[in-house]
Design a protein around this ligand. Structure first.
Ligand code: HEM
Length: 415
């Protein structure tokens, strides 16, 4: 067990998330001594921090008392001000809505538009495509040097290709789409912040790109998600353009770096636990449990928030209408009330009731897709890559929201 004495307020510091041991040390101490603290950190709105698996589950399963509007993520006031300054000038017709921000019937209706397309049965239709993309990306590792930055060269790009092909964006436009989404979501990590980037420009360019795509799918629907969203109707009307954009954008972003960080962080865990890699190689039937463990271990979404709609008691503490609650998924996923030896990485862990995908009405829409992608990649990786080892210091993203391993230098033998 790792321990440290950091105050709970450090949970608002993006740099803490670049140091896994410090982060988990602090969360473990909180779970034991003060599992639901009220955090008043400089430069942030105050909030309650839910660290236990049981508390987070109870809050997510009570969507009337704990709603997703008006905010889903807790950033610093300075970060919010910067984003508002950059995006606030947009005309109302382009202000997007998306499912993560909706509650009640509104949320159910919008979510239902795509939900069945992401059920595991429906995904069988794209299994071969995902397998082919996995093959292509493992194939990219077949380079003479037998060395790469696994995060930047492979893990970042593979889920991007999968999600873009599902959405219906051609491979030739992927790099542009990646640039737009990165510019729109101002990053907390200085390395990813391009001071010349303008979210307004990115937004208008993306709208201009998506408009003909939507019009095309309305006249010539295909089997992609762009067609599903573009042709969806509520009360006999197509969704307003801004909602179509919002839907498209949430799938494009939610379906990308989350899976990338699970893949890179999962590989790092295998390299740090060579007996687990050996176990998996010896018994590929462990792939499904290994993938679940990748996701538990890395917990790439660090939090979502809920807002309380009525005074109530949580974990013995009185909380009030309007209070913000931060749900710490990495903490839930190391909770020893639920997991045996939570700090041990085990490819055969079963059961694995992790909360990395959340739970309740907002449960990750893409969970089956993410698992399918990771399984396809890992199968291909094990078939072609041997003698894999770390070739430098891994580095993690500074982010309180979505993050993980951003540099993973490895060397290996391809066969
Ligand atoms: C929601 C995690 C991959 C699409 C969420 C939530 C989490 C999450 C924690 C919020 C759940 C809650 O509030 O209870 C992850 C992780 C992934 C992953 C860890 C990969 C390992 C994907 C993929 C897609 C996707 C591949 C592609 C479709 C979404 C969408 C939502 C969502 C659309 C919003 C659902 C709603 O509000 O109803 N995800 N996700 N995610 N995820 Fe994922």
């Amino acid at each position: 067990m790792i321990e440290n004495d950091l105050p709970a307020t450090t949970i608002t510091d993006p740099a803490l998330f670049a140091d896994d041991a410090k982060l988990h040390g602090m969360l473990a101490r909180l779970r034991r001594t003060d599992p639901f603290p009220y955090v008043e950190a400089e430069g942030h709105l105050p909030f309650w921090l839910a660290t236990r698996h049981a508390t987070i589950t109870a809050i997510e399963l009570d969507p009337v008392r704990f709603i997703s509007a008006p905010r889903q993520v807790l950033f610093s006031l300075a970060h919010i001000e910067r984003s508002q300054k950059l995006l606030g000038n947009l005309p109302p017709s382009t202000r997007m809505r998306n499912v993560t921000a909706m509650d009640g019937a509104d949320h159910r209706v919008y979510r239902a538009i795509t939900q069945s397309h992401f059920f595991s049965k429906a995904l069988n239709g794209i299994r071969e495509d995902v397998d082919a993309i996995a093959k292509e990306f493992v194939g990219r590792m077949d380079i003479g040097t037998g060395a790469c930055d696994f995060s930047g060269d492979i893990a970042l790009l593979y889920p991007l290709r999968v999600i873009m092909s599902i959405l219906g964006v051609p491979a030739t436009d992927e790099a542009t789409m990646l640039r737009w989404t990165q510019q729109l979501l101002t990053s907390q990590d200085p390395e990813f912040n391009d001071s010349n980037a303008s979210p307004i420009t990115a937004m208008s360019e993306m709208f201009a790109y998506l408009q003909p795509l939507i019009a095309d799918r309305r006249t010539h629907p295909r089997g992609d998600i762009a067609s599903v969203i573009a042709t969806a109707q509520i009360d006999g009307e197509y969704l307003p353009d801004r909602d179509v954009f919002g839907y498209f954008l949430i799938i494009a972003t939610a379906g990308h770096d989350t899976t990338s960080y699970s893949l890179a962080g999962g590989l790092l865990a295998l390299l740090e636990n060579p007996e687990q890699l050996a176990l998996l190689r010896a018994d590929p039937s462990l792939l499904p449990t290994a993938v679940d463990e990748f996701i538990r271990w890395t917990s790439p979404v660090k939090h979502f928030t809920r807002t309380c709609t009525e005074d109530c008691i949580v974990d013995g503490k009185q909380i009030h209408t309007g209070d913000i609650v931060v749900l710490s998924y990495p903490s839930a996923n190391r909770d020893d009330a639920v997991f045996d030896d939570p700090f041990v990485f085990r490819v055969d862990r079963k059961p694995n009731r992790h909360l990395a995908f959340g739970t309740g009405p907002h449960l990750c829409l893409g969970q089956h897709l993410a698992k399918m992608e990771l399984t396809a990649f890992l199968r291909e990786f094990l078939a072609h890559i041997d003698d894999v080892a770390l070739a430098g210091e891994p580095r993690r993203v500074q982010s309180t929201f979505v993050g993980g391993v951003k540099r993973l230098p490895i060397r290996y033998r391809f066969h």
